[in-house]
Design a protein around this ligand. Structure first.
Ligand SMILES: Nc1ncnc2c1ncn2[C@@H]1O[C@H](COP(=O)(O)OP(=O)(O)OP(=O)(O)O)[C@@H](O)[C@H]1O
Ligand SMILES: [Mg+2]
Length: 503
């Protein structure tokens, strides 16, 4: 009797196919177990090696693995792995189905989605298809290891290894930079470097200052913004003229005029980290170099109150009775010198990494050594001055969202032109001290402060004038006394000559 075969794709046929597949797999597994059990370790390694070689030879695909090197001590830098992860995360929302969710503290998007284990993403570059796979291995007694593998056809080796990978890194870095929160670094004393294994301590930099809220002359503000924009886009230009990609700003002016606020506004505008360098805790120029080398690119290095932080003569002095590890010794105090600081600003050290802004602030610009602030070192000198009417209007908009007040603004305009008041004082008056205080009360408080400041300035001027008068009078009297003394002396001398003449 003729055996009737079940039609292809019928239920019984699929069942038979499955059975065959299972038996083949079971046989392979069995053979592999025997191979592992009865053959020596060397032979096992030998076969695996040549199997892999054979697969590589037969396969037309190339695999590149990018391991996660940034865990632990590399965490603060945006590494290759993070860049690629950021690039892929941006593509994830449309393509991947298995994702890992991470709550990242220092990111503007607190929930960051990354590829799940063995998840594959297909990307296209100039019409060429590539595959990305996320790998994660956790070994006993060892750290977890993550990596990303890129697979592509060997025909496109040149295109992928040069253009595509660079494109992914650039895009990923831009995304990572945009998403991250800025950091504020402060230098640790060198005695702690070995203990904490870190030269800089950092916290999240979350200052709300923006150029829009900064009270200063609008034209000056525009100039600074233009300068920063030009600097940011100047990579090729700096390379062309053979100059390190850095720019120095000197902010000077009386206390409370917004120098520190300006630094925060620059950091937010440029999206740069801030390194607040405390020179007084640095022992010598060598330490200064090491600290600066440890700063990253796209950062602002700030030295506040430069006139107080460094001995601008550049000389070293002997310090006696210096307490060192409980003993008194007579050692040389190797403070940071002016020449050390100039060396850093000028090039070699600051050129490591590029894209850096250096900002010095001071209340007393005249005290600074000219060499320190000459153009080329401090490229732009920005004077932060007392509050003008224009600056007051910015503050009024910030604090009360008003642009005019018929009765009180004109009075303030007149008074502000006649006296010196810092933006910090104006801001303090504009800030309501209780919920009962309204705009009018704050403006009246400000008028009162302005009148007080005017009165004080007037009294001071009068006192100065009085002092000057008294001084002039005193000088006149001293001159008179001196003249009398001189004439007496002359008489005496002449008399003596006369006596000699007589002899
Ligand atoms: N130009 C300004 N625009 C907006 N706010 C300002 C300005 N100047 C001062 N302020 C306000 O005053 C406060 C103190 O200002 P800031 O610390 O920037 O002054 P500073 O010039 O750095 O003073 P110092 O020389 O004492 O360090 C700021 O927190 C800010 O609220
Ligand atoms: Mg300050």
């Amino acid at each position: 009797m003729k055996k009737i075969r079940p039609p292809l794709g019928s239920k019984s046929n699929i069942l038979t196919q499955k059975k065959i597949l299972w038996s083949i797999m079971a046989s392979i597994k069995f053979l592999f177990c025997i191979f592992e059990k009865f053959f020596s370790h060397q032979l096992h390694r030998f076969v695996t090696k040549y199997m892999q070689k054979f697969i590589c030879f037969m396969s037309p695909y190339i695999h590149i693995t990018f391991p996660d090197l940034i865990s632990g001590r590399y965490l603060r830098r945006i590494g290759v792995y993070t860049c690629i992860q950021s690039y892929l995360s941006a593509k994830l929302s449309e393509r991947a189905k298995r994702l890992n969710a991470e709550v990242v503290e220092n990111s503007q998007t607190p929930l960051v989605l990354t590829m799940g284990d063995n998840e594959e993403i297909i990307d296209k570059f100039n019409g060429v298809k590539v595959w990305w796979v996320a790998n994660h291995t956790s070994q006993k007694d060892l750290d977890d290891k993550s990596s990303l593998t890129l697979t592509f056809h060997k025909r496109y080796r040149g295109l992928i290894t040069t253009s595509y990978i660079q494109y992914v890194l650039d895009e990923g870095k831009a995304i990572a930079m945009k998403n991250r929160k800025l950091k504020l670094y402060t230098n640790n004393p060198s005695d702690d470097w070995r203990i904490y294994k870190r030269k800089w301590s950092c916290i999240t930099f979350d200052h709300p200052a923006r150029f829009e809220t900064l009270a200063m002359d609008a034209k000056k503000k525009e100039e600074i913004i233009d300068d920063l924009v030009k600097f940011k886009a100047g990579k090729e230009y700096y390379a062309k003229v053979g100059k390190a990609w850095k720019r120095g700003y000197l902010l000077f002016g009386p206390p409370g005029t917004g120098k520190s606020t300006m630094i925060s506004a620059i950091a937010n505008f440029m999206n740069y980290d801030v390194y607040d360098l405390e020179l007084t805790t640095i022992k010598d120029n060598n330490e200064l170099k090491r600290l600066l080398i440890a700063t990253s690119s796209k950062s602002i290095i700030v030295i506040e109150d430069i006139d107080c932080s460094i001995e601008l003569t550049g000389t070293r002095k002997e310090k006696k009775d210096y307490v060192h590890k409980g003993k008194y010794s007579n050692i040389e105090e190797n403070k940071v010198t002016l020449s050390g600081l100039l060396n850093f600003i000028d090039g070699i050290w600051s050129a490591c990494g590029g894209e850096r802004i250096i900002i010095f602030t001071t209340n007393f610009v005249d005290k600074l050594d000219h060499a320190l602030i000459r153009r080329g070192r401090m490229d732009m000198h920005i004077e932060m001055s007392y509050c003008s009417y224009e600056a007051f209007k910015v503050l009024a908009k910030n604090y009360w969202d008003v642009e005019s007040h018929d009765g009180l603004f004109p009075i303030i305009e007149k008074l502000i032109g006649e006296t010196n008041i810092t933006p910090a004082d104006v801001a303090e008056n504009l800030m309501p001290k209780s919920i009962a205080e309204d705009l009018e009360t704050c403006l009246k408080n400000l008028i009162q402060s302005l009148e007080n400041a005017k009165k004080k300035a007037h009294e001071k001027a009068k006192e100065n004038a009085k002092d000057e008068d008294e001084e002039a009078q005193l000088k006149e009297e001293e001159e008179k006394v001196e003249a009398i003394e001189n004439s007496k002396e002359n008489v005496k001398k002449n008399g003596v000559i006369h006596e000699f003449g007589l002899v």
